[in-house]
Design a protein around this ligand. Structure first.
Ligand SMILES: Cc1ncc(COP(=O)(O)O)c(C=O)c1O
Length: 447
């Protein structure tokens, strides 16, 4: 018999083992309400997912209308009006030449698909030796095994290390902890040089692709590369026939204040991955995007050996199309840019003098705050103190939802909190989020 007041036995394999979770009951705009009536400001949009805000009736109606017509037909047998219309509307926005869109169920599937497209492209062109993936340390590309191998996030790799090890990793662009902080124009050229040396050491004829997040996601908490980074890296890849995969799962659909992260630097990748904001959480959807030349090369072989049961979903496309319409009609990409600037200003005015705040950074509504033991030396807080986890819990107790990350400094130590709210968040709510973050830091004994 269950003791009165004891936690209810659950049959769910929880994402938060050992912690009882409240029941999310309903949500609107930037706010989530639990079954006990407690309100939470969704200042991280879940995992930096929600762009258009919760409770959008137009999106729900678009989904219902598609489900009433047809919910499922297999992607090898049918296409759908919803998918064709969505691809037509999205294509001109994508910074990819003559893009072809392959919808899947989320970001990790998108990355797996893009990696396979890179391999399939080289095979199709008679370059069977090109199979190596170069990625970056302190990166995240997903939790399926291929995407995890590309990811350079040590704590996530560690338990599965025997299954990993094919991908190579070079340094990320991380200005706050740059190894050469005195460089005159940013570290782009130096990092591109490192990438080129890695390609040459492996043999360019063995390298298939380079994958990177345009602005680093949770692993480095919205670390923005210097302006010379992406153009220099793109040149190196082109010089050696290495395909560029821009992993825009977090940065896509306005999160950084432009439609896509690489738009900030006018770089046009060969492959791109999408997820999260594609549907703002209303449907589990991601996509791999191939340039026309990648697509044509693969198509000339007659098949792309790959596939998922739930790819090319018509309801997913209907939702994504309604989300795209909402982003456009509400000028929400511009809102992300402007509100992002405001949020960074608010955080600076609340936290710039805080002894544990090392850096406040980001683009658009993708913002990171790095916590340190010592601002002068940038020494990280000891991991054993679990500072990020305690700050996020203290914020949650106050009704503020933040996203956390650890390991940015050296793979183990390094504490970050991240903001990635819906673009419809009010200025007052941004101010409250900044002030409540300061309170949460105080509540765990910082400051
Ligand atoms: C840059 C990036 N790529 C891939 C993924 C994996 O996406 P998903 O969790 O939808 O599989 C994420 C998720 O956080 C991400 O931020």
């Amino acid at each position: 018999m269950t003791e009165p007041g004891a936690p209810r036995a659950s049959h769910v394999f929880s994402r938060a083992i050992g912690r009882e979770l409240p029941i999310a009951d309903h949500a609107e705009g930037a706010w989530i309400v639990d079954a006990a009536g407690r309100r939470y400001l969704d200042a991280a949009g879940g995992a930096i997912v929600i762009g258009i805000g919760h409770g959008d009736a137009g999106v729900v109606e678009a989904l219902a209308a598609q489900e009433r017509r047809i919910a499922y037909a297999h992607g090898t047998a049918f296409t759908s009006e919803a998918l064709e219309a969505y691809a037509d509307e999205l294509a001109p926005l994508l910074p990819v030449d003559e893009p072809r869109i392959y919808p899947v169920s989320g970001g990790s599937e998108a990355v797996e698909t893009a990696l396979k497209m890179a391999r399939a492209y080289h095979l199709a062109r008679g370059e069977a030796s090109r199979h190596k993936v170069i990625a970056r340390r302190a990166s995240y590309h997903g939790n399926t095994v291929g995407a995890l191998d590309a990811s350079g996030r040590e704590a996530l790799r560690r338990p599965y290390a025997p299954w990993l090890g094919r991908a190579l990793h070079v340094s990320p662009a991380y200005e706050y902890r740059c190894e050469n902080p005195d460089h005159p124009h940013g570290c782009g050229a130096r990092l591109a040089g490192e990438l080129e040396r890695a390609i040459l050491a492996e043999g360019p004829e063995t390298v298939a692709c380079f994958i990177a997040e345009p602005v680093s996601g949770a692993t480095l908490g919205a670390a923005v590369p210097p302006d010379d980074y992406w153009p220099a890296v793109a040149q190196v890849c082109r010089r050696h026939g290495v395909l560029i995969i821009a992993d825009e799962v977090m940065t896509g659909f306005g999160r950084t204040g432009r439609w896509f992260g690489v738009d900030h630097w006018d770089v046009r990748p060969d492959l791109m991955t999408l997820g999260k904001g594609t549907t703002s959480g209303y449907w589990p959807l991601g996509a791999a995007v191939a340039s026309g030349s990648v697509y044509e090369a693969i198509a000339a072989t007659g098949s792309f050996v790959h596939g998922f049961t739930f790819s090319h979903s018509a309801p997913g496309a209907a939702v994504a199309r309604a989300v795209l319409r909402r982003l456009r009609e509400g000028n929400l990409v511009e809102a992300s840019r402007d509100k992002g600037e405001l949020l960074r200003k608010l955080l600076v005015s609340e936290l710039a003098d805080h002894p544990s705040v090392g850096d406040i950074r980001g683009l658009g509504l993708m913002v990171g705050v790095e916590l340190v033991a010592d601002r002068a030396t940038r020494a990280p807080l000891p991991r054993a103190e679990r500072v990020t986890e305690r700050v996020v819990a203290a914020a949650r107790d106050r009704g503020l939802l933040l996203y956390s990350s650890t390991g940015c400094a050296d793979g183990t130590n390094g504490d970050l909190v991240m903001f990635g709210p819906p673009f419809v968040i009010s200025d007052d709510d941004l101010g409250w989020a900044a002030a409540t973050t300061r309170e949460a830091l105080g509540a765990v004994g910082l400051g």
